[in-house]
Design a protein around this ligand. Structure first.
Ligand code: ZN
Length: 489
């Protein structure tokens, strides 16, 4: 038995002021066959990594293709997407025949001329391998679960957790179901219910936690092979954006249709109840300072690099400085030029620095301040579960009682090392401000005495009615009050 595995992935914010080119992939994951590290999966490469570990014991040969993944940002340019796609498809053609394919995708990648990149690559792969080859796909729940891609793949599985702590488990399931299908033990049929809604669904909150647990408990019984909850990625102007449920049933399509409809209707009934409450910037700082234990962790999701934002909005930082707050740490601010200037000034230097507030209109104004350089580190990193996320060269600076971590490689706040590697101990600070929507909870949740979600004026607004969509299919909640949720596959 022969399986082929490859990755092409990013999360495209089509409203982002930062286009994505091959350089973005080279900064992220850009690996040719055989180059994938052995110790840990990287961004969206878990299917390949898992298959490599299981190949010998389960009696198949793994043919590794290339892996390309970039941090979330703007639309990928057409030429670069086609170059990466054609490289992977060329590898597939050269290795034919194969019994199965494992694709580690993200699911919300958009390239110029391609609203549905994943649908495009699956269509071309299917044309090469024919109808009998079993195609398995792992996606992020922040994806566009289009009809086209679900119909072209045999097995599509989304991560269930947000923060995404189950990437490896879901990849194991993709591989297991692909192998079982090839061996003729199961015959997967997919059903999709379109909930016609846009929202955010952290699984750290009780209602969504219970919903995910209930869906997980259905798997492996009564012919239910898999249940996936598509959250949607709200910051893309593509027609098929929105929350969708996918059920994969063994053989019985009618049963799958009935189950997906039931689960989908429950998801619709959860509208407006799955997002945490948000406070304004001033109000949030006041609430954080008033809380009698520390640290209070404050999230700035509207400037989350993980959603394609620049991560250089200064509105919370300015308020902290103006209010002369003590014992506050902010990170990360993406500003490679300010990092360079801090290195040039040197450790312990005090010098006037302009930083942040650069990339787009929603970045706000830069901060001009006399800063003290408290730490400098080349090739810094933070962890996210088992993976190491590179931060590039980093500097920590202090303005009064406010410390700021400046990074060169744009990413969201994920691990405590973001601060610790620069000499800032987050548990010893009163306020820790992190630019992230909810992934920060995996590491910062356990140390936080309180978590406050802030609604700043950053570019990825929490109120989805403010996102300037022009191409999203309507009606859809909360843009429209009356919607028509329905079975679509
Ligand atoms: Zn995601």
């Amino acid at each position: 038995m022969r399986l082929f595995a490859a990755t092409i992935a990013t999360e495209t914010n089509t409203f982002s002021p930062m286009p994505t080119s091959l350089d973005g992939y080279k900064q992220g994951v850009f690996l040719r066959p055989g180059e994938h590290p052995a110790d840990t999966p990287l961004m969206c490469t878990a299917p390949l990594w898992v298959a490599r570990r299981r190949a010998k014991a389960e009696g198949f040969t793994l043919i590794e293709g290339s892996c390309f993944a970039a941090s979330p940002a703007g639309t990928t340019n057409r030429k670069d997407y086609e170059f990466m796609r054609d490289e992977i498809l060329g590898q597939l053609k050269a290795t034919m025949p194969v019994d199965g394919i494992l694709f580690g995708l993200h699911g919300a990648m958009v390239a110029h001329g391609y609203d549905d990149v994943e649908g495009d690559i699956l269509e071309r792969a299917r044309a090469i391998v024919g109808p009998k080859c079993v195609i398995g796909v792992e996606l992020d729940p922040h994806c566009h679960l289009t009809e086209k891609r679900v119909k072209l793949a045999d097995i599509t599985i989304l991560y269930k957790e947000f923060p995404h702590t189950d990437v490896v488990e879901r990849a194991e399931e993709v591989l297991t179901l692909v192998l079982r299908t090839i061996r003729g033990e199961i015959k997967p049929v997919s059903s999709v219910y379109d909930c016609r809604q846009i929202s955010s669904y952290p699984t750290t909150l009780p209602l969504m936690r219970a919903f995910v647990d209930k869906c997980s408990a259905m798997e492996g019984k009564d012919g239910v092979l898999s249940v996936s909850i598509g959250h949607c990625f709200p910051y893309a102007d593509v027609p098929e954006l929105g929350g969708r449920i996918l059920v994969i049933m063994d053989r019985d399509k009618a049963k799958g249709d009935a189950l997906v409809t039931k689960i989908g209707q429950e998801f619709v009934s959860m509208r407006g109840k799955t997002m945490p409450p948000y406070l304004g910037v001033d109000e949030a700082i006041t609430a954080g300072l008033a809380f009698n234990q520390s640290p209070v962790v404050m999230a700035d999701p509207a400037d989350n690099a993980g959603g394609g934002a620049p991560s250089d909005n200064t509105s919370i930082l300015r308020q902290l400085i103006e209010r002369k707050v003590e014992q506050a740490a902010v990170g990360p601010i993406w500003d490679p030029i300010a990092v360079r200037l801090s290195f040039d000034a040197g450790l312990d230097a005090e010098f006037p620095l302009r930083f942040g507030g650069k990339i787009g209109p929603r970045s706000g104004q830069p901060v001009d301040a006399m800063v003290k350089v408290t730490a400098l580190k080349r090739d810094c990193w933070q962890s996210f579960g088992p993976t190491r996320v590179p931060l590039g060269d980093c500097a920590a600076i202090r303005i009064g009682g406010v410390e700021v971590v400046l990074i060169s490689n744009r990413t969201q706040a994920l691990g405590l090392e973001l601060f610790r590697n620069l000499g800032i101990e987050p548990t010893a600070r009163k306020l820790v401000i992190v630019k992230s929507t909810n992934h920060f909870m995996a590491a910062f949740g356990p140390i936080a005495k309180k978590v406050i979600y802030v609604d700043s004026d950053g570019p990825i607004s929490r109120d989805h009615r403010k996102v300037p969509y022009t191409r999203v299919l309507r009606p859809i909640w909360p843009l429209d009050e009356h919607t028509e949720p329905r079975l679509i596959v």
